[in-house]
Design a protein around this ligand. Structure first.
Ligand code: ZN
Ligand code: ZN
Length: 293
């Protein structure tokens, strides 16, 4: 993720090339600015355990009722009462057949299951809208140098074909701008099309939690000061699929307290029992495809 220092939007484009905005992915794919474009950590991200095959499972039968409440927003409102279902708007950069968008939906379903369990049945993805052709011909590095090449004002997530994802050592990232230039909320989560559930869940940790601590807008990268805390998906090892708690967090200089400790400070209606597992099956995320010809 980009460092949480507020930067004027005019400065954003050059800063994007300089600031450490990468985020840990599976297989040591965390970002190290000293190795950007060089011989850094491996780019390829192994599929995590539980990764779905390319074909999504069928949607839930019509008429089923989502648990709790839903929001049209991509982040969890601080006053939310769980369970709460989020809405994500995803843009795929290239014009692609429906089958490609269906594979992205399969990734979302896998993420949704991981998130439902990691939040002990309190947060899920209610609905996704997947639109293709939002930035044809754009590479990820090209976009970070000139973000005006893709209009993201109605998006929360950008997905590039693997062949266009050219950031060495970066498995995925979330960037932030103020005033909002990226996405619907000033945040964009960026992933290659082959990103693992590890990476999806790690980046979701940055995106969905609206946290008040000074270190970040959401959960922080725990690998910023080295790898100490294998309890947390926000570490670069990305397993297990849980956010660390006061019971299992190893101190990080990059953040004042464990992930759940901060979440519970900001979300008064949420709970955490350290089970890191939901007692029910996840809602099957609804999907709408905007598939250009
Ligand atoms: Zn990260
Ligand atoms: Zn953590």
């Amino acid at each position: 993720m980009i460092r949480p220092t507020r930067v004027p939007s005019l400065l954003l484009v050059p800063l994007l090339a300089l600031l450490p905005f990468g985020c840990g992915g599976g297989g040591g794919g965390d970002y190290d600015p000293s190795t950007q474009g060089g011989t850094g950590a491996p780019v390829d991200v192994p599929a995590g355990p539980g990764e779905l095959p390319g074909q999504p499972t069928p949607p839930a039968p019509g008429g089923s009722t989502p648990p709790g409440t839903t929001t049209s927003q991509p982040r969890v409102p601080r006053n939310a009462t769980p369970p709460i279902g989020l809405t994500w708007k995803i843009g795929y950069t290239e014009n692609a057949p429906l089958s490609t968008l269906q594979i992205i939906y399969g990734k979302v379903l896998s993420l949704n299951s991981a998130l439902w369990n990691a939040t002990e049945g309190q947060v899920y993805i209610y609905e996704v809208v997947i639109t293709d052709n939002v930035g044809p011909g754009t590479t990820t590095s090209g976009w970070t140098l000139n973000s005006s090449t893709i209009t993201t004002t109605d998006l929360d997530i950008l997905v590039w074909p693997k062949s266009s994802w050219d950031l060495s050592g970066v498995a995925g990232f979330v960037i932030w701008s103020s005033p909002p230039q990226f996405g619907r909320t000033g945040l964009i989560m960026a992933l290659p099309s082959d990103a693992s559930t590890n990476t999806w869940l790690h980046e979701a940790g940055h995106l969905i939690w609206d946290l008040s601590w000074s270190v970040s807008f959401g959960l922080e990268d725990e690998y910023l000061d080295g790898v100490q805390d294998i309890s947390c998906v926000m570490e670069s090892t990305n397993t297990p699929w849980r956010f660390c708690s006061a019971a299992n967090h190893t101190h990080q200089t990059s953040q004042p307290r464990a992930c759940w400790a901060q979440i519970l400070l900001d979300y008064a209606n949420f709970t955490h029992t350290d089970q890191d597992k939901a007692s029910t099956s996840p809602w099957t995320t609804k999907v709408t495809y905007n598939d250009s010809p």
